[in-house]
Design a protein around this ligand. Structure first.
Ligand code: SAH
Ligand code: SF4
Ligand code: F3S
Length: 484
């Protein structure tokens, strides 16, 4: 049975962070046709939309942030929870209104929902003309041409090689300071609750040379922070041998680049370029990665290390590949090697199949022990085709799931406030990202540990580093003033 219950909306911050929708910025170079893209889900999707915009820009499309101006509307979709798919269906319904006024409007569904539902999407949502999965974006010009000729077009082929390494993304909605770089695609982990291995395919790592070139180019264009993206960055692995037999024959190189090596290479691009990464996997994160982080000041001290559950039995059912004890040992290593200031953040799922009250309490206890700066918190939503959907019954009643989630959220609010309060009176180096949303007289940036800081502008601009003395805080923001 599918879980059709919407997520709770009790903690706005959690909601805001996890259900963010981004639309295309304007990119106008006088081209004839206009593309409007909305992106749902994770940063990988936002990053993919930039690749799509780049591919289509070369084919005669500009992007617009005004749907009424668009000739082509793409929704880059997410399937992670039932709610995410429902949101897209509501949105398609709304777009139908535009299509009625402008029948030639082309509507495409990209991303994970396209991959999961394939041609079924065309049957279920009559308004859709084009369906393209995450590895099919190079084919978009041909797919659009098919629709131009009056046909419906679908490509949901998943590749073992595609990394879009050679495509330089058009930065949409950019603040000009921070950018995302995809370093790998897909996932081989098969966590039993998760749809990603089915929608994104096998894991593959991108050529480090192209990653470095992208980081250097961003730095030269004024960017000061890059976030390296992958579903499990710790399993990044690239070798000449695996990835380019031809080059191996020529040069006889057999160097394997792991994630710690890649992190070091990107950190060396420039000491003024901050490096972040996400997501780390508790079963794979190594001390080598932690020591590399400690060695470079510009590698930000924040680790997103989703625990999902604090119970070893539930973790086993989730097929996460670690126990509660293993996880706590990894968190301890982070504190030993990187100190208390290092931010640890997490994802939690409440009410997974067969979870008892005691096991739920174990999750709360892990939260107490690790002291997360913040977390993304969900209740379990069964996804068709996943291992859990096949093997287990989604047997925790919705009201119980909701109550457990509320308890997890309350615990996190308490911990966040404690963690932020600890920073009062301390001085942090902050990269300025722009003016504060609250007032033009204030600037906003982040600490190395990824906490947002707001402070009076003085004569500083975005892209600069400043030292800020923290004077007060809320549960999600530090407030301070610039000091020397
Ligand atoms: N690769 C990342 C997570 C990607 S999905 C990792 O391994 O941690 C982001 C988060 O969504 C997950 O960490 C999990 O907490 C949540 N999630 C995934 N599938 C879910 C489901 N079926 N129901 C509820 N939450 C889910
Ligand atoms: Fe999903 Fe697990 Fe892969 Fe993360 S590591 S994307 S949760 S299968
Ligand atoms: Fe969603 Fe796909 Fe990302 S399912 S979370 S958009 S990988």
């Amino acid at each position: 049975m599918e879980n059709l219950i919407p997520d709770l909306d009790i903690l706005d911050r959690n909601k805001e962070l996890t259900e963010e929708v981004k639309t295309t910025g304007d990119y106008n170079s006088g081209k004839k046709r206009k593309l409007y893209i909305e992106s749902y889900g994770c940063q990988m999707n936002f990053s993919d939309s930039e690749i799509v915009a780049s591919i289509l820009h070369n084919e005669g499309f500009d992007t617009t942030s005004d749907i009424a101006q668009a000739d082509l509307v793409f929704l880059n979709t997410c399937s992670i929870r039932e709610k995410a798919e429902q949101t897209v269906r509501y949105r398609l319904n709304h777009i139908n209104g535009f299509k009625k006024k402008k029948p030639e409007l082309m509507v495409g569904v990209l991303g994970c929902m396209a991959e999961r539902l394939k041609t079924k999407l065309l049957e279920e949502e009559k308004i859709v003309d084009l369906v393209a999965g995450p590895d099919a974006y190079r084919d978009l010009p041909q797919l659009i041409a098919q629709v131009d000729e009056g046909a419906k077009a679908v490509n949901t082929f998943l590749s073992r090689e595609e990394t879009y390494a050679d495509i330089s993304p058009v930065r949409l909605n950019s603040n000009g300071v921070t950018a995302f770089i995809s370093i790998m695609r897909g996932c081989d982990n098969m966590c039993s609750f998760c749809v990603v291995p089915f929608t994104r395919g096998r894991e593959r790592s991108r050529d480090p040379h192209s990653i470095l070139a992208e980081a250097k180019d961003l730095f030269d264009r004024g960017f000061r922070e890059v976030t390296l993206l992958g579903q499990n960055v710790d399993s990044y692995k690239w070798s000449e041998e695996e990835n380019n037999k031809a080059r191996l024959e020529k040069k006889g190189v057999d160097q394997v680049v792991n994630f710690a090596n890649l992190l070091e290479m990107v950190a060396q691009v420039n000491p003024d370029l901050r490096v972040r990464f996400s997501t780390s996997h508790p079963k794979d994160i190594t001390d080598e990665v932690l020591h590399t982080m400690a060695k470079y000041e510009n590698i930000c001290k924040n680790i997103h290390l989703p625990v999902q559950s604090g119970s070893s039995r539930i973790l086993e059912l989730m097929n996460r590949g670690y126990t509660r004890e293993w996880y706590l040992e990894r968190a301890k290593s982070i504190r030993t090697i990187l100190g208390d200031d290092c931010g640890i953040t997490s994802d939690m799922i409440a009410g997974f199949c067969t979870e008892t009250e005691e096991e739920h309490k174990e999750t709360l206890a892990v939260m107490d022990e690790v002291q997360y700066d913040y977390s993304f918190m969900f209740f379990y939503s069964e996804r068709p085709g996943t291992l859990a959907a096949k093997k287990f019954t989604d047997d925790i009643p919705v009201d119980v799931k909701k109550r457990r989630l509320e308890e997890i959220i309350a615990k996190q609010s308490e911990t966040s406030l404690a963690r932020y309060t600890k920073d009062i009176g301390k001085k942090y180096k902050v990269l300025i990202e722009g003016t504060s949303r609250r007032s033009d007289d204030f600037l906003q940036g982040r600490t190395s540990s990824n906490k947002v800081v707001i402070f009076a502008k003085e004569n500083k601009k975005k892209g600069e580093y400043v030292n800020v003395l923290v004077e007060s805080c809320t549960q999600g923001t530090l407030l301070g003033k610039i000091v020397d």
